[in-house]
Design a protein around this ligand. Sequence first.
Ligand SMILES: [Zn+2]
Length: 478
Amino acid sequence: MPDYEAIIGLETHIQLNTTTKIFCTCKADSWNDPPNTNICPVCTGLPGVLPVLNEAVVDKAALLAVAMQAEVQPVSYFDRKNYFYPDLPKGYQISQYDMPLARGGFLDLPMPDGYTRRISIHKLHVEEDAGKTVNEGGHRLIDFNRCGVPLVEMVTGPDLRSPDEAAQYLIRLRQLLRWVNISEADMEKGHLRADANVSIRPEGADYFNPKTEIKNVNSVVAIRDAVQAEIDRQIRQVEAGGKIEAWTLDWDDNAGVLRKMRSKETEADYRYFREPDLLPIRIDNVFLETILSELPELPLDRRSRFVEQYELPVYDADILTGDRALSDYFETAVASYGGDSKRVSNWVMNDVMRLINERGILANQLRLTPQYLAEIIKQVDANTINTSTGKSLVEKVEDSGRAPAEIVQAEGLGVVSDEDAIREIIIEVIEDNPDQVATYKSGKTTIIGWFVGQVMKKSRGKADPQMARSILDELLSE
Ligand SMILES: [Zn+2]
């Protein structure tokens, strides 16, 4: 039995986060709105209306193209893609066909086991979304809110080799889309949708076998599971002497199974022709330079820089560049702290990220500013407060918005390193616990740890534990 390798390509649709739709002034995002409330004669395709291109769509799509290292075309055209479907009221979709907004480009995927896979992009084009049909109580209902929502379509080359790589592509693409702020990229809300093309061939072969297309894979977990299921199915089929036919499959996420939707037709006849109601998109150098000036340092570049500049492990750099707000937070905190970056990284990855996850906010929405975090770490370094007080301060600052020093002062959280005060507490502990004292004197000196614990408890965590231990040593040995 030969070994097989999988050949996977992904077709993604990305909903841009513009305020209004692509060809009218209706609100673009209807996630929280009742059906058919963000519609007008243009997006519902009434006779006689004219589409007007939303400039923000071109800005955002071109920004994505540049971020994907694609070549933005000086001239591109809109075309009508003709087909009939109840949720497409015009009878055609305005899309781009042979002259798309951008060509080429790639996305690098650093894989967890160390290698990097480069995924090429054929082209990037903009188009309008169609509506939604919902089956309810024996009726087929249509919601036109989504008609005219701006989409970017990007198709990868057949470059992905495993379900994990396919999942990683979606993870990295989602990170990039949010990073350059062109889409919320929330897969649950359909802001980022993927179809997967899958085929197999004997390992090392250089030809392509017929592929199947999996529709409706709408989460990172689903893409991994669906692609794996399809690879397994194709191998079983071939091993049994069967042939792979170019089916279109539907991934049922709840049941975790693939269902055959239809035998794939030959390329449907969409009778594309130029959209006569819209001018071509012309992009000159001035426009491109403006876009380039808006392009931030990209996630993978920042990840490498964090490893180099701050001498962080790749693991840390990867987490800290998970989103742009977090990576900004880290850099500001390091600058404000002025010491060991790895120490700041630990605090951010453990304590700050716990806060962010618990509260469902972004780093730039924290009341615990990076400066406050740096201040807390400095106080722990200086032993003005101990580590556990520092950890609890993270939450207290976030809840109150007050400066760490102010809270330490107000609540008397500073470390007690006054020898007399600690000695007093220890004398009390010794007096209250004659049995444990006897145990210590009988030779079981390891019980000193228990005594330190009692002192910490009595001082409400503020005693300097090292000082407590040495005074205990002295008094118990008397
Ligand atoms: Zn409209």
